[in-house]
Design a binder for this molecule. Structure first.
Ligand code: AHR
Length: 483
């Protein structure tokens, strides 16, 4: 593959750091056990948040975290999760296995999590079973300062200073579990709810309307036509599957065909973003409204022996390919896509980290995010993905360095890449590779370091040209100083 960056690169685009966002829902062990162990736990923690997981996630520079759902958001009543933990209301988590949700992780604990991670908050409000007043009060509780009953209540609960809410989602999957609404109806509901998202802090809250399920283009048309001027972002959900939804594949035990079908399903993201953007362009030619892919990732059968409602799955080299390919797709569409949130950060679906009591492991997906973090906020020079090609890539520049990331999804074929830059280059400052001989290589609690990043030596710089040898099934990131 030959890449020529000498030609006019066109309109420069900054890669929003939010493209590498995360999502954590009250689902299975995503929060409880995975992040939150409580202050009295034997597992080392700071203010109830387990230190091993926080330390690992901090290395990813998580830019934004979506919470509390997902489906859970539409049954979440925020007042249940404030005040004395011993007195908090216990509810049934109807979406995820009927477990008891004791609300010990609530608004204050979430913002403590954001503080420890150094991440921004994306709050998803309850539209399905909540009221406009409940949402308006929550926004006031979180962001108002000065004299206000909500601000005073927050202070009584231990946090006098307001928090910053960067993003606010108004409903989740309102076409399904979030209310089974028709788009015409939801467009009006959205317009009503967003009216009462008041600005108390210095910056207006970025408002996100619930967007389509996969390829429901009619939903996008109707929302943009009827509510476009009232939103900052429209969401999109798409999960990668090996087969039909009813026949999900196994996370570890898969055939070569299932390797390919999962990656083809992930690559459908490219088509979906393109097609939804075409609809959005009709109503918003100036690109005022962003596309927000706030749920994506691979979804397999739950792991044998685990609660099926907990969506716990292992994570192999194949998932790393899904992650890198999808991040390349987001970078390719960075003019329209402003934020994306992989589902989900810990112990649920395509996670960064898996835990088992006091044990923790990093997944192959974690290592992709670790390498790709350099692209956060960088200037895009090129980003490529095509249904017909095994190799996808992102090339960007930041802080006097060029950053090159490649993903080769071929099961068998190596690829050589030649990249021609407009000017001579300096030294390679970083070169790492994620590659294993086995397609289903993964980390276990018995062998947590089986899959790791290794140093990559198949890169050569000659003047203004870079040569890379990409093994099959690999993700590579290289940084090179500009001269
Ligand atoms: O991420 C798991 C679930 O998938 C979310 O709760 C829901 O929004 C989606 O259907």
């Amino acid at each position: 593959m030959k890449i020529n960056l000498q030609a006019d690169p066109g309109t420069p685009v900054k890669l929003s750091k939010y493209l590498q966002g995360q999502f954590s829902e009250h689902l299975g062990r995503g929060i409880y056990g995975g992040l939150w162990v409580g202050k009295d736990s034997d597992i080392p923690n700071v203010n109830g948040l387990r230190s091993d997981v926080i330390d690992a996630l901090k290395r990813l520079h998580v830019p934004v975290l979506r919470w509390p759902g997902g489906c859970f958001a539409d049954e979440y009543h925020w007042r249940d999760g404030i005040g004395d933990p011993a007195k908090r209301r216990k509810i049934v988590n109807n979406n995820w296995g009927g477990t008891t949700e004791d609300n010990s992780f609530g608004t204050h604990e979430f913002f403590e999590l954001c503080r420890q991670l150094g991440t921004e908050a994306y709050i998803n409000c309850n539209v399905g079973s909540g009221t406009v007043q409940e949402m308006a009060d929550w926004v006031e509780y979180m962001t108002a300062s000065g004299e206000s009953t909500m601000a005073e209540l927050r202070a009584q609960n231990g946090h006098p200073e307001p928090w910053a809410v960067k993003f606010l989602g108004i409903g989740n999957e309102t076409w399904g579990g979030g209310g089974n609404m028709r788009p015409e109806y939801y467009a009006d509901v959205y317009r009503q709810f967003q009216t009462f998202v008041r600005q108390y802090g210095q910056h207006p809250i970025y408002k996100i309307a619930c967007g389509p399920n996969i390829d429901d283009f009619n939903w996008t048309n109707v929302l943009m036509a009827n509510a476009g001027p009232y939103m900052d972002g429209l969401s999109l959900h798409h999960y990668a599957l090996t087969d039909l939804w009813e026949h999900k594949g196994d996370a570890i035990d898969f055939t070569d065909d299932e390797w390919r079908s999962l990656l083809n399903s992930a690559k459908k993201m490219d088509y979906l973003i393109h097609e939804h953007s075409v609809r959005m362009n009709r109503y918003d030619p100036e690109h005022r409204v962003d596309l927000i892919v706030d749920e994506w990732g691979s979804w397999f059968k739950e792991q044998a022996g685990t609660n099926p409602a907990f969506l716990y799955q292992q994570n192999t080299l194949r998932d790393a390919m899904v992650a890198a390919t999808t991040l390349n797709i987001f970078n390719k569409h960075a003019e329209r896509v402003h934020m994306a949130n992989i589902a989900q950060m810990v112990n649920v679906l395509q996670s960064m980290v898996l835990t088992d009591d006091d044990k923790m492991l990093l997944t192959p997906t974690y290592f992709v995010f670790l390498m790709y973090r350099f692209h956060q906020g960088a200037q895009r020079l090129a980003a490529y993905n095509s249904q017909g090609s095994d190799v996808s890539y992102t090339i960007s520049e930041k802080d006097g360095e060029d950053i090159l990331s490649f993903c080769n999804t071929s099961l068998t074929a190596n690829d050589s890449v030649e990249i021609n830059f407009p000017a001579d280059l300096g030294d390679v400052t970083y070169a790492q590779i994620l590659h294993e001989e086995q397609a289903n290589a993964h980390n276990t609690f018995e062998d947590p370091d089986r899959v790791q990043l290794k140093s990559f030596d198949q890169v050569q710089v000659q003047g203004r040209t870079v040569y890379c040898q990409l093994p099959n099934m690999s993700v590579v990131t290289v940084k090179i100083q500009k001269k």
